[in-house]
Write a protein that binds this ligand. Sequence first.
Ligand code: PMP
Length: 453
Amino acid sequence: MQAYGDRERLDNLFREENNRYILTHPASRENHEKALGPMVEGVPMIWMSKWPGPYPVYVEHAKGAHFTDVDGNMYTDFCLGDTGAMCGHAPDPTVKAVQNQIAKGSTFMLPTEDAIASASLLAERFGLPKWQFTLSATDANRHMLRYSRHVTGRSKIAIHDYCYHGTVDETFAVMDDAGNTVPRRDNVGKPIDLKETTVVIPFNDLEAAERAFATGEVAAMLMEPALTNIGIVLPQPGYLEGMQELCLKYDVIWILDETHTISAGPGGMTRKYNLQPDAVVLGKTIGGGVPVGAFGLTQELAMRIATSTNLESIDIGGVGGTLAGNALSMAAVRATLSEVLTPKAFERMEKLAELWVANVQQVIDEFELPWQVSRIGCRGEYSFRATAPITGREAADADDFELQQYLQLHAINRGILMTPFHNMALMSPATDEEDVAHHHAHFREAVEALYRD
Ligand code: PMP
């Protein structure tokens, strides 16, 4: 969609930013030219080629809420590795714990005491008693889908229209206008017809959820408590509680993916709204930058799994991973949760996000933009529509790829990194008011260039 009408001006502004980027990033360009030899599209993972600008920024070093690139440009980082570095870059307690552990060995196929401490901290925060660890949130989600099918004997997974849960096959489906499940546009190498595996329902639509569950085919409802990957879509009052009741009524395993919504507080939206999911999925944040994912289970679900599997075959069928629960990530989680991502840190981060939102709103008001801004704890995002979206489809319809790329590149050229493919900003424990003011100045300037007469 084109949320911004003057495409010629947008093209010109983008071209100006592109030229400015080329002038100020010669060393990143040199690296990119070398990278084109040994890597596909010159990037270590293909989605990195989607950053705006002719080649990506090469990072030299980072600390807290800031990083410096190979050209010596300095940035305030609101992307924070799209939540992987939500604790700020290289937080001291995590660095210390990781240095200590790596010198003592990092992976054994055996547990360490840090695993007990990490699981206990998560149990305390999220209220779910039984935890398992993976290397990513994607894997944690996959494992939960396996277990859900296993204990219910059902084949389908329910998801929200325009959700994202990592590279999980079942989740790359959307609803067409007639309400049918269809593969998401350009879904690379889809395994089988997604109608076989997936039912898609709109966010905030309990009737659609009940219709799906009443078929008796749905093993699990995998969802974020607020959508965060198509802009932010907040739950309407009663939606989460209603979903909880429906899952209970139809014995559908209710999985809350809190990978991003952990921004709501130390126990995510689960704790904030006193929700009782069957399982919670986490990833990215909890290792303070070290790869790790986790899922927590109720006692009852852990029992259902235990009594329907047997020891000899416990490693057959898609749940596992040699490096899962390794000593290094366990040391990182323990230090990060107990010393970095503390309840006190969350309080500060949330206040900064309130300020970030107020600044964005100020610009929206000043220029009378038909845009809006939403927040989940320490995460904020603006979108190109006048009111907060209620469904993923509404949020998707407000997208404007070129406008977003311009705003992103304008930010990079002013020393600000926003989450790519979004208008999203995250506050870390190291972010401060000056950082937030830095974003305000860029945002106002970028909007002024778009709307000045
Ligand atoms: N769940 C959610 C809600 C996410 O936003 C993401 C990644 N953006 C994932 C899972 C997957 O995380 P990862 O790529 O680290 O496995």
